[in-house]
Design a protein. Structure first.
Length: 550
């Protein structure tokens, strides 16, 4: 017999179950953890997604030793936030989390996460594990002191170097164990996703010789090129880096054989050989971490100076020639990134843009050059992030001035990256007096004559302008440096282009407000948009409306 009480309780339970079902059907899962930061193709660009939204990394990398002291960092955090950064790239040394083998201490990591959260900043952690700038200087003492167990790269005359060898599984597995422990700890403690990405190692490579000459390395070099690599090359022949494909095909296009039989004799083959073993080693470390917590990972490259050969630069890093080797050898690595300190910023950006490799610039010059390069990086090559080095030593300007504008424009930039309604130019040195770009129906010619300021040195400094198309005849223009912009038609129709209006706009903390309307002398009677270096310092952008006539 079923009593009324039992019926009532059954009804209550049924109702509760129904409410749970309704909540689930509506996606009401308040206790659910947000998705891990990840990459996502949105329109024409691949973007970083953080907490479900596209995110631009307006970053800065700390000096190598800054994060070894939480007391040192305490006054730094608010300074970084005041510079309008939204992300800090912060080193984490292997020796700091595993001072004794198998005994982990994450107090320093926890302090970094707490400091970033308190200043409303995100973190990209830099894992200084087996290598930092090709040297094993951040490994724990128990690794450094035992070269028999943890073997080193050797020179051709048999001497050890200060570099762990990629040919040791003991080296690789010890690093992997520590990195996995770090990511497991983040999974357990970082529900807010303060940490959005991790760099695995730092600027790896071999020098002063072009490859490791240890017994294990020599045996691998004399043995067959890995079938995983040659198979990848065959499958991706049409899309291989042209210089890499040419090196292979000039040696006969073989699909098996020793390294020298497949790629020919020379130091470039040594570079590719080391690239494979660094990629395999670091890819294994990255995979071990991702098995615990699938954060995005990247590896950064120390770029080649003109006329340098492998060994003169760290041989084996993720340089353009070896990008396919790294893709084949380290599939768990999400991004291969350039650290751009060289003058030809635009050229190096282009080298790293591939369908399988969104651009992220984790290290770059700061100062006036960094302030200008940031506009080009976000506007022309759709980078997911830009980060000057030694940001804790940088004053509030000029990078902070550029970031102030970019932070307010970020939602618009992200939207225009996906639709293609965005472009930028950079003027990289005194020989480059002009550059042009086309967007929509118009071409923008950017120049920087000395007459703009009367100071030839200022006129020769780096300048960059960002163009956002907001309507058929309307553009938002922002940038860094001194420049003049003239406009011409790039599509059929009425041939002459005039400037209908130029409005200054400023961000007052909550919205853009209009400043002056610039006509007459300020735009050379409707002919020119003039930008001065103080514009970015004052947080100024321009809304330009154009028209066409005969």
């Amino acid at each position: 017999m079923i009593t009324n009480t039992k019926v009532r309780w059954a009804g209550i339970v049924f109702a509760l179950l129904a409410l749970v079902g309704i909540g689930q059907s509506l996606g009401q899962t308040p206790a659910a953890r947000p998705a891990v930061p990840h990459l996502e193709k949105r329109g024409l660009s691949t973007q970083l997604i953080v907490d479900g939204k596209p995110f631009l990394i307006l970053g800065g990398e700390l000096r190598n030793s800054s994060t070894s002291s939480l007391a040192y960092m305490k006054p730094i955090w608010p300074r970084l936030a005041a510079m309008h950064l939204n992300t800090v790239l912060a080193p984490v040394a292997w020796e700091s989390i595993e001072p004794e083998e198998g005994k982990f201490d994450f107090s320093l990591v926890d302090g970094l996460v707490q400091g970033a959260r308190q200043s409303n900043l995100r973190l990209v952690l830099l894992w200084f594990g087996s290598w930092k700038n090709s040297v094993s200087s951040y490994t724990p003492a128990w690794v450094k002191d035992n070269t028999e167990r943890f073997p080193r790269v050797q020179t051709s005359d048999g001497r050890d170097t200060e570099r762990l060898s990629t040919f040791s599984l003991t080296n690789r597995d010890a690093d992997s164990h520590a990195f996995a422990a770090l990511l497991r700890h983040l999974r357990e403690t970082d529900d807010a996703h303060t940490v959005i990405m991790v760099q695995v190692e730092n600027e790896v490579g071999v020098s002063p010789e072009s490859r490791d000459h240890s017994a294990a390395a020599n045996a691998a070099f004399a043995g067959p090129a890995p079938p995983e690599l040659t198979s990848y090359m065959q499958q991706h022949r049409a899309t291989l880096v042209p210089e890499f494909r040419a090196l292979w095909e000039n040696a006969g296009g073989k699909t098996s054989g020793t390294w020298e039989e497949v790629f020919g004799k020379g130091v470039l083959t040594d570079d590719l050989f080391m690239s494979w073993y660094y990629a395999s080693y670091i890819g294994h470390v990255a995979a071990a971490g991702k098995a615990e917590y699938p954060l995005l990972t990247y590896v950064n490259a120390n770029l080649i100076r003109p006329n340098y050969l492998p060994g003169q630069y760290p041989s084996g890093g993720p340089l353009p020639l070896a990008m396919d080797v790294w893709r084949a050898g380290g599939p768990a690595i999400d991004i291969l990134s350039p650290d751009i300190y060289l003058d030809n910023f635009e050229e190096w950006c282009q080298e790293y843009i591939r369908p399988d490799n969104p651009l992220f610039i984790p290290e770059a010059r700061g100062g006036v050059e960094g302030a200008a390069n940031a506009f080009y990086a976000f506007g022309q090559v759709s980078t997911i992030g830009f980060s000057p080095f030694a940001i804790d030593s940088e004053g509030p300007a000029p990078v902070g001035d550029s970031y102030a504008i970019l932070s307010h424009l970020s939602p618009l930039i992200l939207g225009k990256q996906s639709t293609g309604d965005i472009s930028a130019v950079v003027l990289e040195g005194e020989p480059q007096r002009a550059s042009r770009t086309s967007l929509g129906d118009y071409t923008m010619m950017v120049t920087r004559p000395a007459s703009l300021t009367g100071d030839p040195a200022a006129a020769a400094a780096r300048a960059s302008l960002l163009f956002l198309r907001t309507g058929p005849n309307e553009y938002i223009v922002a940038g860094s440096g001194n420049a003049l912009v003239t406009f011409s038609a790039s599509t059929p129709g009425l041939p002459i282009v005039g400037i209908e209006s130029i409005d200054e706009e400023f961000f007052d903390g909550s919205q853009w407000v209009m400043g002056r309307r610039l006509n007459g002398d300020e735009n050379s009677q409707g002919q020119v948009l003039k930008l001065n270096a103080v514009d970015s310092a004052e947080g100024r952008i321009y809304r330009v409306r154009l028209y066409r006539y005969r």
